[in-house]
Design a protein around this ligand. Structure first.
Ligand SMILES: Nc1nc2c(ncn2[C@@H]2O[C@H](COP(=O)(O)OP(=O)(O)OP(=O)(O)O)[C@@H](O)[C@H]2O)c(=O)[nH]1
Ligand SMILES: [Mg+2]
Length: 352
């Protein structure tokens, strides 16, 4: 092919690329418009796009998010955590319906770290949110499938933004409190609700103190029938335990209550407490502060994750890392020396 032909061909390719981009932009504009009217299908499709691992979809989801950015951030974000089976979904159903009765639109997003291993508790969650699932003012989205918790957290945060743009003014994030996921959820919400089960005096075990320190409201669930008394005792001991924690800078006194979704005892009190928390953080400007801190936190975290991912996935480094692993297992080098040497080589190779 002559030089002229080559030039003509690359010009043609450039034109095609520009025309493709225009087409994408046009379809994104339409998408944005219908999503802003609250169209559920556009919202669901938008979230699916965020969850896609295809490179060409990344480009589209970035365009979509950028276009929607001015319409995000206006919701009240509530995180609900607790061990499996504590009653999160059942409670969300009742809280959600209550919010809707008061004129709100509620989106429920789930983060379930176990869904990567099993098929997740999607079905269980939907059946425990029967009424909410079919309510026009509610939108329920199960946990996205991702091979990393970081990926799930990013998708959940971005899904929240899409829901906000679609007019949902209350976003509830449900997460199973079994690991790191509850910390991640704490870092993306305005009000963090911790559900606890009454045990035989051991309710403070098995749940990390750190999570209790993060909670804005604590509720002991299943306070009914033969469990009622134990729940009340648990409430008292949790209350005295959290008094020992250092006060938080937002000067909020964490309420501890008991509730039951079976006989609906304590549900109104719970609603009142979370609402009081919202008023407290909004009136004193704490909500704005929280969100600023959260944005900077997620910026730093994503930056670190992406840099680490990009560097550690370079072909030659993958080989070197594998060799070092073998050397460590054969006791030929200490893990720290191996890491040090690798970092030195990475610095010379990529940062000089
Ligand atoms: N007795 C009693 N049972 C309850 C109450 N709330 C929920 N349950 C039951 O507890 C079980 C678990 O409830 P879920 O709402 O699915 O709990 P979850 O925390 O969402 O569970 P995962 O999503 O699997 O972590 C269900 O069988 C509920 O019917 C309650 O207030 N009292
Ligand atoms: Mg659940």
């Amino acid at each position: 092919m002559s030089e002229q032909d080559n030039k003509a061909q690359s010009e043609e390719q450039a034109r095609e690329r520009i025309s493709d981009l225009r087409k994408i932009e046009l379809s994104i504009n339409q998408w944005v418009e219908s999503l802003l009217t609250g169209d559920r299908l556009s919202l669901a499709k938008g979230i699916t796009l965020l969850e896609s691992t295809r490179i060409e979809d990344h480009e589209k989801s970035t365009l979509l998010l950028n276009a929607l950015l001015p319409h995000t951030g206006k919701s009240w974000r509530i995180g609900i955590t607790g061990v499996p089976g504590v009653g999160k979904s059942t409670l969300i159903e009742q809280l959600g319906l209550n919010f809707i009765q008061n004129g709100h639109k509620v989106a429920v997003l789930a983060i379930d770290p176990s869904s990567r291993l099993s098929a997740g508790s999607i079905l269980g969650d939907k059946t425990r949110m029967n009424e909410l699932a079919v309510n026009d003012s509610a939108f329920i989205r199960p946990s996205p499938a991702s091979d990393s918790l970081g990926g799930v957290a990013r998708m959940t945060r971005e899904s929240m933004m899409l829901c906000e743009a679609a007019g949902y003014d209350i976003i509830i994030v449900e997460t199973v409190g079994v690991g790191q996921s509850e910390t991640e959820v704490h870092d993306m919400v305005d009000t963090f609700l911790l559900l606890m089960l009454a045990g035989a005096g051991d309710e403070l075990q098995g749940i990390k103190r750190g999570i209790m320190e993060m909670a804005d409201v604590i509720a002991v669930t299943k306070a009914d029938t033969e469990n009622l008394q134990r729940a009340q005792q648990a409430r008292t001991s949790i209350s005295s335990a959290i008094h020992l924690f250092a006060g938080n800078e937002e000067q909020w006194v964490v309420p501890v209550i008991t509730c039951s979704t079976v006989n609906e005892d304590g549900i109104n009190e719970l609603l009142h407490k979370v609402e009081s928390h919202r008023i407290h953080i909004e009136s004193a400007g704490f909500k704005t502060e929280r969100r600023k801190k959260q944005n900077l936190f997620w910026f730093k975290k994503s930056l670190e994750e992406q840099i680490i991912h990009d560097i550690l996935n370079k072909e030659d480094l993958i080989n070197e890392i594998e060799q070092q692993k073998i050397a460590i297992l054969q006791n030929k080098i200490s893990p720290f020396t191996a890491a040090n040497e690798l970092v030195k080589r990475i610095k010379i190779k990529y940062f000089n």
